[in-house]
Design a protein around this ligand. Sequence first.
Ligand SMILES: Cc1cc2nc3c(=O)[nH]c(=O)nc-3n(C[C@H](O)[C@H](O)[C@H](O)COP(=O)(O)O)c2cc1C
Length: 343
Amino acid sequence: MNLNQVCKRILPAPVVTWIRHSRLRLWELSLSQANRFAKYYARPTSRGKVQIESQLMFNVHQVEKGLSHSNIRLGFGQRALRELSGHMQRLQQVDSSYASNPLYREALTVLGQYEQRHRESGFDLKPMHSLFPESIRNEISEIGSNQVIAQERTQSQQHTYRPEFFELVNNRHAVREFSQQQVTISELNEVVGVAVKSPSVCNRQSTRVHIILGNDKIQQALRIQGGLNGYPTPPALVLITADLRAFLGQNERNQGYVDGGLFAMTFLYGLEAKGLAACPLHTMFPASDSAKTRKLLNIPENEILIMFIAVGHFLDSVPVCRSKRYSADHITSVIDMSSESVS
Ligand SMILES: Cc1cc2nc3c(=O)[nH]c(=O)nc-3n(C[C@H](O)[C@H](O)[C@H](O)COP(=O)(O)O)c2cc1C
């Protein structure tokens, strides 16, 4: 019997409820969350490869954003370029195969584009070059300018009405019973390949996906999770997590839940589009259940749990909840100051 169960047994119910909802408990939970974040997020002094890659990605994205303006501001991004140079040099120190590191190569590609766009406009590149050691300048000219990084969205892409998407959204339901047909890794990987297209803060892509196959393991995980009790074991279970090493500052402490949620939604729609049934399952556990889940599934301490998704093939017919939604009016307020600014 754990402490929780002992307290439940010996204390009067109102006291147990008070403890469960006390601020003290909230602070305790927040503190442990904060400690985990503090241990792993990418600080300017971090020496971990993934943390350096996250910082690199941040600056790569700043530069690619600068290049995606219809009219670029020549000479832009000196600070981003300086930081990028520093991160590239730090990555060289911690990654012995940095030359083939996809992020390092992306940095070179973006820098090649930066050079090319400025050269075409006759802009003096000396200030930019002064920020990089000669070795990196050489790598930029080797890899760089022939790769296109800023793509154009054409008018036809922008104006296409796609009713199939509305249909897919309206027909998706959380499905909790599945056929016995196995779900293959390749089926799931195809959908993961689509879900990676989800937006994430500065394209830092913190989301990680753990695919759990095998009846026993799934059962054990769901016993801890508790939200699918009474339903047959699904053929596959996916755990979505976020790697805290992707985040650069303390304000981003909850970003993993945002980016992970967006990823999970694309993943759910991807499954639906592929003809697979799914049910999202929360992982907002008490600390003890989080710890059990981490241990059972070998989840690294630098990842936070976002949600499980049970996956399987559809039965011929399956009951689903109606799960009535609020109307758009009910949840929407309009903040329209345009008439005020006119008068
Ligand atoms: C993050 C998250 C956690 C959820 N956890 C559970 C769960 O533990 N058990 C369950 O049966 N359903 C769970 N659901 C499914 C919701 O109950 C369901 O999505 C909601 O009622 C809307 O219904 P629909 O998905 O069929 O449109 C979860 C959904 C989300 C998004």
